[in-house]
Structure formats: C-alpha cells, structure tokens
Design a protein around this ligand. Structure first.
Ligand SMILES: Cc1cc2nc3c(=O)[nH]c(=O)nc-3n(C[C@H](O)[C@H](O)[C@H](O)COP(=O)(O)OP(=O)(O)OC[C@H]3O[C@@H](n4cnc5c(N)ncnc54)[C@H](O)[C@@H]3O)c2cc1C
Length: 206
C-alpha cells in the first residue's frame, strides 16, 4: 500500500492508520486521538467529517491531519478531486463530498498532546498536533472552535526562529474557543499555550 513515503489511507482504516505509522513518530498523532472505542471503530473519513458537537468537540483526527499536511481525495458534485485538508474542511457551503482516501506523507517528526476530561469516553477538551514536514513546522489544534485549525501565529514565530516557549505564547491568537459541556472558552484559551509548548517540546525530544 505504501508508495515511497506517502501513505494512502482509505476511509475504513482508522485502526490501520495507527498500525501503519508504527514507530510512534508520525503516529502518536493517530494513536493518541479519541477514546479506544472510536479508535477501533471510527473511520478516517467519518472522523474527519464528524459534525461539530454542541456538547463537546469531535473529530480528533482533524488537527493531526492538518499538521501532517494531508491531502483528501473525495467525490461529489463535479466529480473526484484531491485537495489539501484545509481546503476540504473549508469548502464553500459545506458542499457534500464523500471521502475516498487521504494521502499522508510521513513527517520527519510529529507530536500530539491532548487535554482530556476524565470520563469513560475520555473526551478531548483540547488537542495539539505538530509535524515537521517538507514545508516546515506545522501546528494545529482541535477544541478551539467548530473545526480544528492551524495555529498560524505559532508557525510564523517558529519560522522566525522563536523557541517553543516563546512561540507558544501566541497560541491563542486568532482562535475563537467557546463554552461547552467539557470546558469554558476561558479555560481553553488559558490552557492552549501550555499544551502547545509541551507538544513543541515533545517534538524536539524534550
Ligand atoms: C457524543 C459524542 C461525542 C464524541 N466525541 C468524540 C471525540 O471526543 N473525539 C472524536 O474523535 N470523536 C468523537 N465522536 C465520534 C465522532 O463524532 C465520529 O462519529 C466518529 O469519529 C466517526 O465515526 P464513523 O467513521 O463511524 O462515522 P459516522 O459517525 O458514521 O459519520 C460521521 C459523519 O461523517 C460523515 N461521513 C462518514 N464517512 C464519510 C466519508 N467517507 N466521507 C464523507 N463523510 C463521511 C457522516 O455522514 C457523518 O456526518 C463523538 C461522537 C458522539 C456521538
């Protein structure tokens, strides 16, 4: 299934995604999301497209897939196309698309951390994924809004040579978290920089 360093994952393979990335470097991003039940049964396409819940964030794979600069192959009006996961998630008017596959390049390094609510389903209040890709360091967060987003201010700071601790201070710039059953917007805004700093330190082997 693997062609060079690009991994193609079909929607029915969330568990396979964890297996196939294997050594924990790229894969913490897949292995750390959601709870064991969802990791065992959810599909990549279903998790990517899970509608935002009012009571808690869903779609824990969105942030890792954004950080990994994933491409999404989908079918819908106008036929098949492949686009970045950002374009896919931001498509106009929620255009209906069926995810056929995602293409992921193995990152040089990657890390994933989440802040979880003690609960049988271990819901993620916040999650942060970092990846060093061919294009540089990418950082994305889930739980900061209806969909996961890239933390552009952090990425810019890192590209400008800032250390993780310094770059992480801008983590909440441009994000708009809201209150839900898991946590308040204030809590998310307050905790996000620490989670980003730890994820960046983990990426650096700290
Ligand atoms: C109360 C609650 C809390 C949850 N909390 C979390 C959480 O914290 N973290 C987390 O990761 N998940 C969470 N989930 C699960 C998440 O919402 C998804 O349902 C699940 O990860 C995906 O399951 P599935 O593959 O069976 O897809 P489904 O649940 O069957 O589908 C999810 C959505 O994606 C669409 N869809 C499915 N496959 C495709 C495809 N190939 N192409 C396009 N659209 C598709 C469906 O139409 C549907 O809208 C939660 C679910 C519930 C009900």
């Amino acid at each position: 299934m693997r062609t060079s360093d690009t991994q193609v994952l079909m929607p029915a393979s969330a568990a396979e995604a964890v297996d196939s990335f294997g050594d924990g470097r790229g894969v913490t991003v897949f292995a750390g999301g959601a709870d064991p039940e969802i990791r065992a049964h959810a599909t990549v396409g279903g998790n990517l497209c899970a509608p935002p819940g009012r009571e808690s964030p869903r779609a824990d794979l969105q942030a890792p897939l954004l950080a990994l600069d994933t491409r999404v192959r989908s079918a819908g009006p106008g036929g098949e196309r492949t686009e970045s996961v950002e374009q896919f998630l931001g498509r106009a008017g929620g255009e209906p698309r069926l995810v056929l596959a995602i293409e992921v390049d193995r990152p040089r390094r990657a890390s994933y951390l989440s802040q979880r609510r003690p609960h049988a389903h271990s819901y993620a209040v916040l999650s942060v994924a970092c990846a060093e890709t061919a294009d540089g360091l990418r950082v994305a967060a889930g739980g900061t809004g209806p969909r996961a987003v890239r933390l552009s201010a952090v990425e810019r700071a890192l590209a400008g040579g800032a250390a993780p601790r310094e770059a992480a201070t801008s983590a909440a710039d441009g994000v708009d978290p809201h209150d839900d059953a898991l946590a308040s917007a204030w809590y998310r805004r307050t905790v996000l920089p620490t989670l980003v700093r730890r994820a960046l330190e983990q990426l650096s082997g700290g």
